[in-house]
Ligand binder design. Structure first.
Ligand SMILES: [Ca+2]
Ligand SMILES: [Ca+2]
Ligand SMILES: [Ca+2]
Length: 508
């Protein structure tokens, strides 16, 4: 067995990958992984350089998650030359900005008994600045640092495998092989999903006036989290800007049954746009924390997460900055789950065996990536957090898509993710994309149907049912024999997990 079999979480996995270059390096990494490390191995440190005058973003975790202790953390932030950008007393997490090189040391000192941990949430300086309604201790204009580069090829959002065809306006349901593959067409004879069920689409925004989406958008619960991690409900804030990824994902989850275009998995349910991707393609921890807490606060039923949290593909618990981020994001996901939200996440497009992966050459992706050793304490988040459903991608013929991550005990279920027709921003049209990004929303849609039929089920019950109801698929060669071979029995293996999701079973 691999050295990764003792991962702490059942629903381990990874979100997604990126450019052709990243895909190639990831495949190389998994190919050499049999050299193996031992449990004693530590991950390679990733220094985060903080200097006076350089505006950085931090997560600061309270020892105890309550309003009083969180207020003490806020006090320590201010006493250390920081500004409180956003407080989340529900989870005892404070998002702070500071341009002081010694902020991390000082906030621990000043926080005395209240602060558990602090970590830089990016390796690059903050580009969006500090929200203007906060009183920055250094005055406006001091945050002029720019990050080194934008995320290549829109990074984990579009990736080399995702292409959009020319938009068309005609009804396209007959082309949706993906919907018949998961029996969504049969499920729709029973229900299209309930209007009371809301799916939070944590992504790059949903086109607000697309004729196949507009009626199904829950405007009141939509939000942008990309202004430093503070929720912004301003009209238009959650709309797409530089990426149509979220619009495509949304169409798969819940495009309307309205006589035009396509039909999503749960066309009767509603979707909230929770924008967590900035214009450079980054999903920083404070954006995702905002998104998860928001989903819990607004009692959403499901979230879809077709991304991994930047700038680290794997966040390592033995590195102080990364550990603090793991803690903060973990608290946000756990808290939202406790509010009744169930989460689906893409496994990633790097053709990597996530149960046996010991190197990462793509992080940090906001400054200069380094080649590093990773160990079993390094997690791809949010996909590897407890209770999150991790999804691999299949082709029209039921093969594992060549790019899809895989891993025994890591993948929960499989869903279609190659050449998926859905909604795009251009001309309010339609196009095809490929990626585990496209597979995860099928699962989010099935969970929305399941919640419609079984409104009393908890997130844990829904995950258990989803896994049990998945249609077993024995190991078979991947598309073009791409990536590490399949291992495990028909009932649960490294390519398909428990099997291909079953929308019909979910509504019975
Ligand atoms: Ca539009
Ligand atoms: Ca339609
Ligand atoms: Ca199974």
């Amino acid at each position: 067995m691999s050295v990764r079999t003792h991962r702490p979480h059942r629903y381990a996995g990874a979100a997604f990958a990126a450019s052709a270059a990243l895909l190639a390096s990831a495949m190389l990494a998994s190919g050499s992984a049999s050299a193996a490390t031992t449990a004693e191995d530590a991950s390679t440190p990733v220094p985060v350089v903080t200097t006076d005058g350089k505006l950085m973003s931090y997560v600061v975790n309270a020892k105890v998650a309550n309003p009083g202790q969180t207020a003490l953390v806020e006090k320590a932030v201010k006493a250390s030359g920081g500004v409180v950008v956003q407080s989340w007393p529900q989870i005892g997490v404070v998002i702070a900005h500071s341009d002081r090189g010694a902020f991390r040391t000082d906030v621990v000192k000043n926080g005395a008994n209240a602060v558990k941990s602090v970590g830089a949430s990016r390796t690059a300086a903050v580009t969006e600045g500090t929200p203007t309604d906060l009183s920055a201790s250094w005055g406006k204009g001091a945050s002029g640092y720019k990050q080194g580069h934008a995320k290549p090829a829109n990074g984990d959002l579009s990736g080399a495998t995702e292409n959009t065809t020319a938009p068309v306006a005609d009804p396209r349901e007959g082309e949706q092989w993906d919907m018949t593959a998961i029996k969504a067409d049969q499920a729709h004879r029973i229900t299209d999903g309930d209007r009371s069920v809301v799916v939070g689409v944590l992504d790059s925004g949903i086109d607000p006036d697309h004729p196949d989406l507009q009626a199904n958008i829950d405007v009141a619960d939509s939000v942008s989290c990309v202004d430093a991690g503070r929720p912004d409900t301003t009209p238009g804030a959650w709309a797409p800007t530089t990426s149509d990824h979220g619009t495509h994902v949304a169409g798969t989850i819940g495009a309307a049954r309205n006589g035009v275009g396509i039909v999503g998995v749960a066309p009767g349910a509603r979707m909230a746009s929770v924008k967590v991707v900035n214009d450079d393609g980054f999903i920083y921890p404070e954006y995702a924390i905002c998104g998860f807490v928001w989903a819990g606060q607004h009692k959403m039923d499901v979230t879809n997460n077709s991304y991994y949290i930047d700038p680290m593909m794997y966040w390592c618990g033995d590195q102080p900055d990364q550990a603090a981020v793991l803690e903060a994001v973990g608290r946000a996901v756990a808290w939202s789950t406790k509010q009744g939200v169930v989460h689906a996440a893409a496994s990633g497009n790097a053709a990597t065996d996530l149960s046996n992966n010991t190197t990462d050459t793509s992080s940090p992706n906001d400054t200069t990536p380094i080649a590093r050793t990773i160990d079993e304490g390094c997690l791809d988040i949010p996909a590897e957090l407890p209770g999150v459903v991790t999804v691999s991608a299949t082709t029209r013929t039921g093969q594992l898509a060549s790019f899809s991550n895989r891993g025994l005990g890591v993948i929960d279920v499989a869903a279609p993710g190659r050449t998926i027709l859905s909604t795009v921003v251009a001309n309010n049209g339609y196009g095809t994309k490929s990626g585990t990004s496209m597979a995860s929303p099928h699962v989010a849609g099935v969970l929305a149907l399941m919640k419609s039929a079984h409104p009393d089920w908890t997130p844990a019950q829904m995950v258990a049912k989803l896994r049990a109801q998945a249609v077993d698929h024995a190991c078979a060669p991947a598309e073009n024999n791409g990536g590490p071979a399949c291992v495990g029995p028909e009932a649960d293996n490294s390519y398909y997990g428990e099997g291909i999701v079953d929308a019909l079973a979910a509504v019975r």
